[in-house]
Structure formats: structure tokens, C-alpha cells
Design a protein around this ligand. Structure first.
Ligand SMILES: Cc1ncc(COP(=O)(O)O)c(C=O)c1O
Length: 359
């Protein structure tokens, strides 16, 4: 009889936000009519030029395996060498590559919890141990970097995962704290996931830390540019780390449409800036209305936030019956919290009216 490796058979499924049409089949909810507040992508969609660029892209041949044109444009924009960059089929692929290249059986990876579930999965796939540093509700889920470093020190981790700002709590670590962690763990790969950095108020420039030989910055273009269906992300690190990740990267990992759209997206700063301003206004509105209802909102520095509802699964279900999807945070270990990310102001008004009903 055929058996998968035991640690693969034991892998837990990772939950994500988004409308699950198969899951809704047979229910009275029409997936096409649901307003999705559960994923944290730009609700205004990709810049218009991208659609045109995609229509004109030839996808009958293999994509450029080195994503040369996109890499060139990205390196120029960031003011770094192409040798410090790797593109991925979404930033999730970069996380997988990092675990495949730097972690193995018996290695330890330390990460705060709750956080993005794909770090744990990537580590477990390569049979590494995952050690979680629990963020406390009474601290507003804020990471105490000194405590975290002391905790990690005794575990001698091969890898450290920091989500900044953190999904789902929206808390943002300072330059000094990340810098301290990099210095304290010279023998660990420190993955700094900045998937939501474009939406983050008061973001600092992590490229200043690029000289750290143990740092891998991970960024997503699926959130700010709304390319979730195309899949595009990238890693920034020393030449040595990038060279290593390229060894385990599958060929043609970034498809032609994503390469073309990504290159165009890099010249759309004004569009993203104006979207971020609108998103921020909607976020402040949503948080304000939810606070007025007497629910506890955890302050967030990015485009999503969590709030306490008691039974999150029940709350999610009651809203879903009314045509709104929010993220139940049970899979993050927070069964009393839901996470939402703003849509347009009229949609946000509809959601707050529905929340008032279900409260
Ligand atoms: C913190 C974080 N990192 C990375 C990702 C993956 O994004 P993508 O693979 O679409 O770039 C997500 C998606 O939800 C996320 O929340």
C-alpha cells in the first residue's frame, strides 16, 4: 500500500479568507452576491493599464524563466541589484522556497502566534519543528521584541518568521526591534513578511536592513495591486540567499501574464496611493462604527483589523446569511475575533448596518 511520509499525512489544512463557492453550494447564499470583507486586497481592483497589458500578452510560449524584464524594472525601482531579488508565484511561494532551502528535519522555526498560517505549513512540509511565541490579548497582541528574542534564544532556531504588519492583528514592529532580532540571531534565517506594507501607515524602509546577511524580506503584489488571481510576489535578500532560493525554485514559476502585469504595476504609484487613502478612510469609518456598537477593536496599522464578537464562527455565519463575508479568526487561534478589510464606503455602510442587526 502506498503511504505518504508521516509528517506529510499529519499536515493540518491552512485556512484563508475569500469566498468558498464549493463550501456555499447547497446553501441559500449566492456566492456571486456576497460582499467579501475577508480578504485583504485592494478593493478598487488593479490599475486599468494592467488589464490592457494582460490582453496583449502572448501566453502560447513558456514564460521567461528569469522574469528578466520585470526583475530589471523592480530592481531599478527599489534601487538595488537584480541579484538581491527573486520573483515568486505569489509571496507564498517565496515562503515555501525559504523553508525548503534553509530548514529541515529537526530544525526549529520560531514565530509569534497568531500569525499567517503558511509559515507553519511551509516549515512542517520540510519536517521542521514550529515553536510559537504566544501574543497576549491583554497586551493588545503587541509583540514584545525583547521577550520574543529571549524566548527564541533558548530554542536556537534555524528560522524566524516575522509578519510585519502582522496578519491578523495588524500590529507593526519598529525598525529597531527587527534590527535587534537580526543581530541577535546571525545563524537564523529571519523572514520578514511585508505583504501589507503598501497599506501600512508610518512604514519604515526595510531595505536599510538589506546588508544583514540573514534577512529575507518577502513582499506581495497580490494585495496592493489586486493581482490575487494572477499571483505575484518577491523576495529581497543578500545575493547568497537569493542564489540559494533560486536553486529550489521551480522553472517558469511566474507566468507571462503576471510578469507583464507586474512590470506595468510598478509605474502605478499614484493609483496605489489614492487607493490607500480611500481604504484608510473606510477603515477608520468601519472601526469607529464597530466601536460605537460596544465591540472591542484591536488597533491596526494596516488595511485590516480584528474585533471581538464572542462566537466568531456564529457571527460570520449570521453575516453570511445577509450577504457579507468576514474572516472568522478561529484558525488563527482567536475563536472570539473576526477580521475585516475595507471595501468601498457604500459597501462599508452596508456591512455596518448588517453588523448592527446581528449584534
Ligand atoms: C501575511 C501574508 N503573507 C503572504 C500572503 C500571501 O500572499 P500572496 O501569496 O498572494 O502574495 C498572505 C495572504 O493572505 C498574507 O496574509
Amino acid at each position: 500500500m502506498l503511504h505518504a511520509k508521516q509528517h506529510i499525512s499529519d499536515l493540518p489544512a491552512v485556512s484563508h479568507g475569500g469566498i468558498n463557492s464549493a463550501g456555499l453550494a447547497g446553501s441559500s447564499v449566492n456566492p456571486d452576491a456576497v460582499l467579501d470583507f475577508s480578504t485583504c486586497c485592494n478593493p478598487y481592483g488593479p490599475p486599468k493599464q494592467l488589464r490592457r497589458a494582460i490582453r496583449e500578452t502572448d501566453f502560447s510560449t513558456y514564460p521567461d524563466p528569469g522574469s528578466t524584464a520585470m526583475l530589471h524594472t523592480l530592481a531599478q525601482k527599489l534601487g538595488i541589484s537584480q541579484e538581491n531579488l527573486i520573483l515568486g508565484n505569489g509571496s507564498t511561494e517565496i515562503i515555501r522556497l525559504a523553508a525548503a532551502a534553509y530548514l529541515g528535519p529537526g530544525d526549529r522555526a520560531v514565530m509569534p502566534s497568531p500569525t499567517y498560517g503558511e509559515y507553519e505549513l511551509a516549515c512542517r512540509i520540510v519536517n521542521s519543528d514550529v515553536i510559537k511565541f504566544i501574543l497576549r490579548e491583554k497586551d493588545g497582541f503587541q509583540l514584545n521584541a525583547a521577550e520574543f528574542a529571549a524566548f527564541a534564544k533558548s530554542r536556537q532556531p534555524a528560522g524566524i518568521f516575522l509578519c510585519n504588519p502582522n496578519n491578523p492583528t495588524g500590529q507593526y514592529l519598529s525598525f529597531d526591534h527587527v534590527s535587534m532580532i537580526l543581530q541577535e540571531f546571525p545563524d537564523s534565517l529571519v523572514v520578514l513578511d511585508e505583504a501589507y506594507i503598501a497599506f501600512t501607515s508610518g512604514a519604515w524602509d526595510s531595505l536599510k536592513l538589506l546588508k544583514s546577511p540573514n534577512l529575507l524580506i518577502v513582499r506581495s503584489m497580490t494585495k496592493d495591486f489586486a493581482l490575487a488571481g494572477l499571483r505575484l510576489g518577491y523576495g529581497i535578500a543578500s545575493k547568497s540567499i537569493i542564489g540559494t532560493l533560486k536553486k529550489v525554485r521551480p522553472p517558469w514559476n511566474v507566468n507571462s501574464l503576471a510578469q507583464q502585469a507586474g512590470r506595468m504595476a510598478l509605474s502605478c504609484d499614484d493609483y496605489i496611493l489614492s487607493c490607500c487613502q480611500r481604504i484608510n478612510r473606510c477603515k477608520l469609518y468601519l472601526a469607529g462604527e464597530i466601536i460605537k456598537l460596544g465591540l472591542k477593536v484591536i488597533p491596526s496599522q494596516t488595511n485590516f483589523f480584528i474585533f471581538k464578537t464572542g462566537d466568531a464562527a456564529g457571527f460570520q455565519n449570521r453575516l453570511l446569511q445577509r450577504g457579507f463575508l468576514v474572516r472568522d479568526c478561529t484558525s488563527f487561534g482567536l475563536p472570539e475575533y473576526v477580521r475585516i478589510s475595507p471595501r468601498s464606503m457604500p459597501d462599508c455602510r452596508r456591512l455596518t448596518a448588517a453588523i448592527r442587526e446581528v449584534c
